[in-house]
Design a protein around this ligand. Structure first.
Ligand SMILES: NC(=O)c1ccc[n+]([C@@H]2O[C@H](COP(=O)([O-])OP(=O)(O)OC[C@H]3O[C@@H](n4cnc5c(N)ncnc54)[C@H](O)[C@@H]3O)[C@@H](O)[C@H]2O)c1
Ligand SMILES: O=C(O)C(=O)C[C@@H](O)[C@H](O)[C@H](O)COP(=O)(O)O
Ligand SMILES: [Zn+2]
Length: 356
């Protein structure tokens, strides 16, 4: 099947290439003058890192292999500092490149290290999970976690390109694949309701990489993200809509010490955001939200006793301005709005609706 290219606009436009056999295109994405390419990939992940390194070596680049811990534990200042040292030891200069191969945690880390090394070197991302293809690797937002919370340190660095090798999805554990569906469903609620109807038509098929609508779902969600970040890379306003469900989600991830999948936390966070929308007199999409998430096996509730801690964690959300807590809500389907400075009673009432 031929590759699809989705253009992400803005000051530094780039392509997201979706298909099979796409790692071969990697050398064509690098700007002229590159000598060394540092490949950051999870140490435990077999698969794509090999073909990526091979494609680079065959094209004549010096490849530096930089394995990192798997998953969210890699998004730490200690791991980033280890990578900065390695880039220094290998003499990676401003005309060289970083390539990140892996799930969203790895692409976030690779983007952050590329964005901070020498104040920014080019990065190409090769996402290997559904979530990273449809969300994390696209859009130039990267980051690491600190003890105070999720993604609190990071940069905006548009990649030079993103390569989505669809065959790599076949090896994904089901739980991680389904977690990626949460971000696709988010895209349906904030911008593209056709995503919702495709999933609702056959939820079981949506949980399989071989499902009849998989490619359309992936391309539609990437298009949603491309449209938004192409217009507002640095989250001056519009880009906040991509954070739908994330205010509570990030608090839950921290509460779970990152033992819950990001997509699972986003699923619960979307039910909370839907409740906030309903209880503040906006759209009532609670039933549809619960139903579509449940149909693919995503969680929709969280522990009642966690509220005081979650409330506290949400105070460090990046959308807040001073003491004013801000949420993305839905004025209507595909019409996101903002809830600014909500009463504490409203926040707690919405949580009561989703707690178990
Ligand atoms: N920067 C952004 O815009 C953005 C957007 C969404 C999410 N994120 C971040 O992305 C991260 C979540 O990403 P994720 O869900 O990909 O998690 P992840 O990176 O932790 O990967 C999940 C698991 O899947 C494994 N894996 C990866 N590819 C595989 C494959 N092809 N086959 C088998 N196993 C594979 C990984 O090794 C890992 O154990 C979070 O840190 C989240 O904050 C960032
Ligand atoms: O790209 C964005 O912007 C998003 O908000 C997408 C989210 O899915 C993603 O999880 C992002 O990393 C959250 O960003 P943050 O600024 O809230 O840390
Ligand atoms: Zn997310």
């Amino acid at each position: 099947m031929t590759a699809t290219r989705i253009r992400v606009g803005g000051d530094s436009p780039y392509d997201v290439v979706i298909g099979t056999g796409v790692p071969a295109e990697l050398p064509t994405l690098l700007k002229p003058g590159v000598r060394t390419v540092a490949v950051i990939r999870p140490e435990t992940l077999p698969g794509l890192a090999g073909p990526v390194a091979a494609a680079l070596s065959e094209a004549g680049y010096e490849v530096v292999d930089l394995p990192v811990p798997d998953g969210e534990q890699a998004k730490s200042v200690e791991v980033a500092a280890g990578l900065w040292s390695a880039l220094g030891r290998h003499g990676v200069t401003r005309s060289d490149a970083v390539v990140g191969v892996g799930g969203g945690a790895t692409t976030d880390l690779a983007g952050f290290v590329a964005g901070t090394w020498l104040r920014g070197v080019q990065v190409v991302l090769v996402p290997t999970t559904l979530l990273a293809m449809v969300d994390a690797a696209v859009g130039g937002k990267n980051g690491i976690d600190t003890p105070e919370g999720k993604n609190l340190v990071g940069t905006f660095l548009p990649p030079a390109g993103v390569l989505c090798e669809l065959s790599t999805l076949d090896t994904m554990p089901r739980r991680d694949y389904v977690a990626g569906l949460a971000e696709i469903i988010k895209g349906g609620f904030i911008a593209d309701p056709r995503i919702l109807t495709l999933i609702e038509s056959d939820p079981e098929a949506a949980t399989r990489p071989s499902g009849p609508h998989t490619r359309e779902l992936i391309e539609r969600k990437i298009q949603v993200k491309a449209d938004v970040v192409g217009a507002d890379l640095r989250e001056a306003g519009l880009r906040e809509i991509l954070n739908y469900g994330h205010t509570l989600a990030h608090a839950i991830e921290r509460d779970e010490h990152y033992g819950i999948r990001h997509g699972e936390a986003v699923a619960i966070g979307m039910v909370y955001a839907a409740e906030l929308s309903r209880l503040s007199g906006r759209a009532d999409l609670v039933g549809r939200t619960r139903s579509i998430l449940t149909s693919v096996g995503l969680p929709i509730s969280y522990r009642a006793d966690a509220w005081p801690r979650l409330r506290d964690h949400m105070r460090l959300d990046k959308k807040n301005r001073g003491a004013k807590q801000r949420f993305v809500v839905l004025d209507d389907l595909a019409k996101p709005g903002r809830l600014e400075g909500p009463a504490e009673e409203l926040l707690e009432a919405a949580y009561k609706e989703i707690s178990a």
